[in-house]
Every structure is written in structure tokens, then in C-alpha cells.
Design a binder for this molecule. Structure first.
Ligand SMILES: Cc1cc2nc3c(=O)[nH]c(=O)nc-3n(C[C@H](O)[C@H](O)[C@H](O)COP(=O)(O)O)c2cc1C
Length: 373
């Protein structure tokens, strides 16, 4: 039961030339519903419904760059070639409903999908060292040319996002995929300049991606980067065990051109460094904002009483109070809040919260993953 006013969630926020009507962001969620990688009318309609129902900013499901092994399931949408026409319909539909949207730009690296062992027909998996996880070889280590091509493909996707009329884009640098595989010493065993003993050195690949994307879109276009301490390969992994390490990791990325850090946690209320400021201390987005000065998005179990990875094992979650979220936003800990499953299963979630319709809030059922309602 939410006892406090949720008005703070519905305050406008401007980030460069992105004018958001409120603080609610639809989290990027892979749906694997794009026939041959091309988003169709059902996908446009799925996003339009959320835009029409008070979501301030929609981040698309992960959508992949033009590299042979950038995806690990066949119906993940591409963000190149024939798919771009489909994305044009999506953004036009979202704008028609008064919404704002950015694609999440992704390369999965050497990670297999948890759902299928499908392999891309025209390429072996690739990553910094050809490791799906520490000690688990999969695919090949990228050559200098592969790395340069990947950076160029990220930049091309940025240019396409802007040309199609998207309001922003998000770079997927989290959860153990390609960019995160460079960050993480467990999957980066390179002996060249794309590795190093410190997290600052292992940020180089991401920084080069950001710089190339920034160059493709110019100074005023807002760029979001998603990062996480945790990995799908190891929920307890941490790239930065101290605020100093977090600064080394994230500040070069902000200096390279990131405007907004999307700090992925499974539970937004978990303090990032409780040993420093207590169990109710700043979360990851709070520390990232404080250390870098960038705007931040938090995420993780908003409005639900269970975390998201359990949903892949078939677990549902019931509606939960927004009071803790409201309190953190009222103390300006972070700027925006992303909502995943609650918006996946109920397009009307943000409108219901705005209207105070608590009785109308639905449980999340894992069966919702099978449809695109
Ligand atoms: C079905 C599903 C697909 C997801 N796909 C992505 C993805 O493509 N990219 C990404 O960064 N996170 C992905 N996530 C994580 C979500 O963006 C979000 O961080 C997570 O669900 C926690 O938010 P929630 O507790 O509000 O659901 C996915 C989550 C779900 C449930």
C-alpha cells in the first residue's frame, strides 16, 4: 500500500534537448518477438500503448548492432538494415501518442541466451577473450579489426537512431554482455590496451564506443549508458568495491559523452556501500550521480514484491508499496526511475499510479512474457 503522494514521479525533467513530462522510464526488456529481426506492427502497438499511458520515456528492448554475432536469439530486433523501417513505424507511433523513446543498442558478446543455444548463422560468438563467463570459453577473442568494426557499428546505430527521429538512445553496457565483458576482469584476459589492472583501464572500450556515438549525433543529443555491478554470470560480481573505483569506472565514460547513467540493480533500495552510509544509504544510481555529476536512472523491483531474475524461472510478483521510491526521489537521490515487469504486464501501470488507483494495480505473472500485450 502506497501511503505517500506519488507527485514527485510526475515532475518534468529536461536532459539536453530531451524534455520529459515525468520521471518514469520503461526499462529495456528483450521480448524476442521481431520476425527475422524486424519490428512489426504488433511491436509498434506494444510501445504506443505505454506511451499513451503516461510513461515519460520508453527504452526499447535490446536491439543489436551490425556485427555477425551481435545477438543470441533469432527474434531479437536488429538496429540496422531492413529493421530500420520497422523502427521508424515504432517511433512514429510513440510520438503520435505523445511519448518519447530511445532504442537500447546492444551486442551480446560471447554470452549464450538463457532460453536457447541458438547460434548466429553467419558468425561465431565474439568477446574480448572469447569467454562466456570466467573459465568458460565460447566463441572467439576479438581482433583489433573486430573491435574497430564493432565501435563503428555502434556509431552507425547512433546515427540511425537520430536520423529516424528517436529522442535518445541507450548503450547496453551492463549484465555481462559485450561492453561489460571488457569491464570485467573475469571475462577480459587480453594482453593489449583493451585491458589493464584497473577498472579505469578496462573502461577504454566503452569510452571509445561512447566517443564514436557522440561524434555521430553531435553535442546536444542525449546519450544514456546502462551499467551494472552484477553480471548474469555472477550476481555477486562487482566492478567497483569502493567509491574511488566507481569514479575510475564511470567518470571517463561521462567525460567521453554520456549524459545519463542507467544504474542497474535488482532492487533499487539496496544501498551500494552500506559500510559507508548505512543500510538506507545511497543506492548505485545515487552514488553514480554524486561521484560523476551525471543524471542517473535507478531501477529494480519498483512496484513489485519480488525481483526480476526469478521471473525467468516462472515466478510472479505481487504489487508493492511505492513509498520507499517516493522517499528516495524526494531526497533527489537519482533523477529517473525505470520500471520493468510492472510495465511489461500492464501498459496502464503509470496512469494507474498517477491516478492513485491502487486497487487497479496488477500482479506480474511470468506468463506475461509469452505475449506482447
Ligand atoms: C523479460 C525481460 C527482458 C529483459 N531484457 C533486458 C534487455 O534487453 N536489456 C536490459 O538492459 N535489461 C533487460 N532486462 C532487465 C530490465 O531492464 C530491468 O532492469 C529488470 O527487469 C528489473 O526491473 P523490474 O524489477 O522493474 O522488472 C529484462 C528484464 C525482463 C523481465
Amino acid at each position: 500500500m502506497t501511503n505517500h503522494s506519488t507527485d514527485v514521479l510526475f515532475q518534468p525533467r529536461r536532459i539536453k534537448n530531451l524534455e520529459l513530462k515525468n520521471r518514469i522510464v520503461m526499462a529495456p526488456m528483450t521480448r524476442n518477438f521481431a520476425p527475422n529481426g524486424v519490428p512489426d506492427a504488433a511491436i509498434a502497438e506494444y510501445y504506443r500503448r505505454r506511451a499513451a499511458a503516461d510513461v515519460g520515456l520508453i527504452l526499447s528492448e535490446g536491439t543489436t548492432i551490425a556485427r555477425p554475432a551481435s545477438k543470441n536469439m533469432p527474434q531479437i530486433p536488429d538496429f540496422h538494415g531492413a529493421a530500420l523501417d520497422g523502427w521508424k513505424h515504432v517511433i512514429d507511433a510513440v510520438h503520435g501518442a505523445g511519448g518519447k523513446m530511445g532504442p537500447q543498442i546492444w551486442h551480446v558478446g560471447a554470452v549464450a541466451s538463457g532460453m536457447t543455444d541458438w547460434m548466429p548463422p553467419d558468425g561465431a560468438p565474439e568477446g574480448p577473450s572469447g569467454l562466456a563467463a570466467p573459465g568458460t570459453p565460447r566463441g572467439q577473442a576479438m581482433s583489433d579489426e573486430d573491435i574497430a568494426d564493432s565501435i563503428a557499428a555502434f556509431a552507425a546505430a547512433a546515427a540511425s537512431a537520430k536520423a529516424l527521429g528517436f529522442d535518445t538512445f541507450e548503450i547496453h553496457g551492463a549484465h555481462g554482455y559485450l561492453i561489460d565483458q571488457f569491464f570485467w576482469s573475469g571475462t577480459n584476459e587480453r594482453a593489449d590496451r583493451w585491458n589493464g589492472a584497473t577498472i579505469g583501464e578496462r573502461s577504454r572500450f566503452a569510452a571509445e564506443v561512447v566517443k564514436a556515438m557522440r561524434a555521430a549525433v553531435g553535442a546536444d543529443y542525449p546519450i544514456i549508458l546502462r551499467v551494472s555491478q552484477w553480471k548474469q554470470q555472477d550476481y555477486k560480481a562487482r566492478l567497483a568495491a569502493t567509491p574511488d573505483a566507481m569514479t575510475q569506472w564511470l567518470l571517463p565514460l561521462v567525460e567521453a559523452g554520456v549524459d545519463v547513467l542507467h544504474c542497474s540493480q535488482r532492487r533499487f533500495w539496496d544501498a551500494e556501500f552500506p559500510e559507508l552510509d548505512g543500510e538506507d544509504g545511497l543506492n548505485f544510481a545515487g552514488w553514480a550521480k554524486k561521484l560523476t555529476g551525471a543524471a542517473t536512472i535507478s531501477v529494480g523491483s519498483v512496484g513489485l514484491d519480488g525481483e526480476f531474475l526469478a521471473s525467468f524461472g516462472g515466478k510472479g510478483a505481487a504489487p508493492a508499496s511505492l513509498d520507499k521510491l517516493v522517499a528516495r526521489m524526494e531526497r533527489d537521490e537519482f533523477d529517473l526511475i525505470a520500471v520493468g515487469r510492472a510495465l511489461l504486464s500492464d501498459a496502464q501501470w503509470a496512469s494507474k499510479v498517477r491516478a492513485g488507483d491502487q486497487a487497479g494495480l496488477k500482479s506480474f505473472e511470468a506468463s506475461a512474457l509469452a505475449t506482447l500485450d
